[in-house]
Design a binder for this molecule. Structure first.
Ligand code: DQA
Length: 149
């Protein structure tokens, strides 16, 4: 059994109400519940965290290393395009992670095309909506199985 952590960044607490045409109808609570069920079905544990504050996200990533988290599923929200600090936290802890975006950021404004995380992530999922989180968990389970033999 491995420990997974789902991290969502700013404004993702508003999912369901926030631009549903872009981000879908599911709330963050719906997504976290579905992901917890899926992680359990895959034989793993999942904890979830959301913050609108950059420093809190950095602190949570640092704490994940102390807690022995095996894999992180990350949607950095708008910090995707701005946060060197959060990128550095991932480089520091070296916990493998998948970057997830509900929307296909490459089909949107130019400023959303660059991510501070894609080049250091194990892999990235863009534009699958809430299903992207489930795909990421399936991939995380496969990854930990392959590294543990
Ligand atoms: C997002 C894409 C970001 O550009 C945006 O700032 C978000 C959500 C997504 O999941 O599609 O907050 O990360």
């Amino acid at each position: 059994m491995s420990d997974f952590l789902l991290i969502n960044g700013p404004n993702l607490n508003l999912l369901g109400a926030r631009e549903p045409d872009v981000y879908g109808e599911a709330t963050l609570g719906d997504i976290e519940m579905r992901c917890a069920e899926l992680a359990e079905a895959l034989g793993h544990r999942l904890s979830s965290y959301q913050s609108n504050a950059e420093h809190e996200l950095v602190d949570r990533v640092q704490q994940a290393a102390k807690d022995g988290i095996d894999f992180i599923v990350l949607n950095p929200g708008a910090f995707t395009h701005t946060s060197v600090a959060l990128r550095d936290a991932f480089l520091a802890v070296r916990i493998p992670f998948i970057e997830v975006h509900l929307s296909n950021t490459f089909a949107r404004e130019e400023f959303r095309h660059h991510s501070y995380f894609s080049d250091i992530a194990n892999s990235c999922l863009f534009g699958f909506g809430a299903y992207g989180y489930e795909l990421a968990l399936q991939a995380a389970a496969r990854y930990v199985a392959s590294t543990r033999g």
